[in-house]
Ligand binder design. Structure first.
Ligand code: GAR
Length: 204
């Protein structure tokens, strides 16, 4: 059966990308295949992870393109060239326009490091999310995988997993536990579920 062709969009270290590549390697991502990695930042370590796994990687930056519209146009060209079925935002920090998200309706996944609707939306990314959770004193946090629409972190929720907050946590220790216990598990699972759905729909 045909596999869904996946592009992973990244901005940083790429541990979530790594989790997807590892799941693919172990045969757990059976219905999809990562065929492209795009970074919006120069020198993102995620691109090295892609190269090590033999997956083509490319850099498309908003500044270098000269603005949002040109950036998205370049992105669309790269995605179309590789005939991408599913886009996974894995620590990707650029905001995508409504035109872009509509074009790929229910074909863009994002991982967010909190239990949406807590600590999400504009300005909540990376360590800031965990700083906010600790400042609010929540005892449980977690991660969410959701479809991406025009509202930041506002699309349909696919999966969530709760993670305990410990009294001695710093933003860094909490971030690490949320990654280990939730993000790196949920994202590859969701990639498989949605890839299977896309390829099944194609057959019907
Ligand atoms: C992850 O914790 C991801 O959930 C978060 O950025 C980190 C990227 O790490 N994403 C967001 O905050 C999006 N709003 P990684 O590059 O090692 O996967």
């Amino acid at each position: 059966m045909r596999k869904a062709r996946i592009a992973v969009l990244v901005s940083g270290g790429g541990t979530n990308l790594q989790a997807i590549l590892d799941a693919q390697q172990r045969g757990e991502l059976k219905s999809g295949e990562v065929v492209l990695v795009v970074s919006d930042r120069p020198g993102a370590y995620a691109l090295e992870r892609a190269a090590k796994a033999g997956v083509p990687g490319t850099e498309i930056g908003k500044k270098a393109c000269g603005g949002q519209a040109a950036f998205e146009q370049r992105l669309i060209e790269a995605l179309e060239e590789k005939k991408i079925d599913l886009i996974i935002l894995a620590g990707f920090l650029s905001i995508l326009s409504a035109d872009f998200t509509r074009r790929y309706d229910h074909r863009i996944l994002n991982i967010h490091p909190s239990l949406i609707p807590s600590f999400c939306g504009a300005g909540f990314y990376g360590l800031k999310v965990h700083e906010a959770a600790l400042a609010r004193g929540v005892k449980v946090t977690g991660a969410t995988v959701h479809f991406v629409n025009e509202i930041p972190d506002g699309g349909e929720i696919i999966a969530q997993k709760a993670v305990e907050v410990r009294p001695e946590d710093t933003p860094e220790t909490l971030q690490r536990r949320v990654m280990e216990q939730a993000e790196w598990i949920l994202l590859p699972q969701a990639a498989e579920t949605v890839s299977a759905r896309l390829t099944r729909e194609e057959k019907e």
